[in-house]
Design a protein around this ligand. Structure first.
Ligand code: 13P
Length: 254
């Protein structure tokens, strides 16, 4: 059975104080929840400087903490960069790689992303690997090809053992922060396509074991319908993850 996962990507938001408050409120609301939230893996991805403080205030048995980025080099003279080894040494277990904002604003190519995935896995971090097409690629009907290339040049090169540590997030770029959500049918179509790519490259058992999350304007009002699709195993949440009430409602809607 693959894991149900709801992950909050806080992006470049919060301060030390508000990050601790947000994490504590999510922790308390989850502990008090009357819904069956125990079978959902909850992950928080705060900005680098707050990772340790956030990990300190949440119940580690219920909430995993991770980093939004790592360097594509192991160590050394790379001023300003943060390595996979550093992140792993703080005790957190997860990392987001391949987010469209990193691809678009920081020139992260599939080659760079593949290097980051290797470093993350070598340091025992589980990877949330993002893929997704831009609006013009969807309108031109190229979205299957775009996603196939994003995955073929990165995680589909891994071994099946390494794939046990990969979570995939499908985030159509046109749905991120725009309020425009993919319909459950549009998202399901891509999730099934991704699972089929995994079957072709590996086998059905592996394809069935990998969690594939949807991301892009996911909120309490649409989460339930999205998560009820057969190949959608949870969500990677941006804006709505910054409000404890909304984020926990999304978890509860599972
Ligand atoms: P929004 O939920 O704000 O659209 O962001 C989605 C996202 O990019 C999560 O990584």
């Amino acid at each position: 059975m693959r894991k149900k996962i709801v992950a909050g990507n806080w992006k470049m938001n919060t301060t030390l104080e508000s990050a601790i408050l947000l994490a504590s409120e999510i922790d308390t609301r989850l502990a008090d929840s009357k819904k069956n939230v125990d079978d959902v893996t909850v992950l928080l991805f705060p900005p680098f400087p707050f990772i340790h403080s956030v990990a300190d205030v949440v119940n580690a048995e219920k909430i995993g903490v991770g980093s939004q980025n790592i360097a594509n080099q192991p160590k050394g003279a790379f001023t300003g960069e943060v390595s996979a080894e550093m992140i792993a040494s703080t005790g957190v277990g997860y990392i987001i790689i391949g987010h469209s904002e990193r691809r678009a604003y920081y020139g992260e190519t599939n080659e760079i992303l593949a290097q980051k995935v290797d470093l993350a896995l070598a340091n025992n971090l589980d990877v949330v690997f993002c893929c997704g097409e831009k609006l013009e690629e969807r309108e031109a009907g190229q979205y299957f090809d775009v996603i196939k290339t994003q995955l073929s040049e990165t995680i589909l090169k891994l071994s099946s053992d390494q794939m046990q540590h990969i979570i995939i997030a499908y985030e159509p770029v046109w749905a991120i922060g725009t309020g425009k959500t993919a319909t459950p049918e549009q998202a399901q179509e891509i999730h099934a396509f991704i699972r089929n790519l995994l079957s072709e490259k590996f086998d059905d058992a592996l394809a069935d074991s990998v969690s594939i999350l949807y991301g892009g304007s996911c909120k309490p009002s649409n989460a339930k319908e999205l998560f009820s699709q057969p190949d959608i195993d949870g969500g990677l949440i941006g804006g709505a993850a910054l409000k404890a009430e909304d984020f926990v409602q999304i978890i509860e809607s599972y």
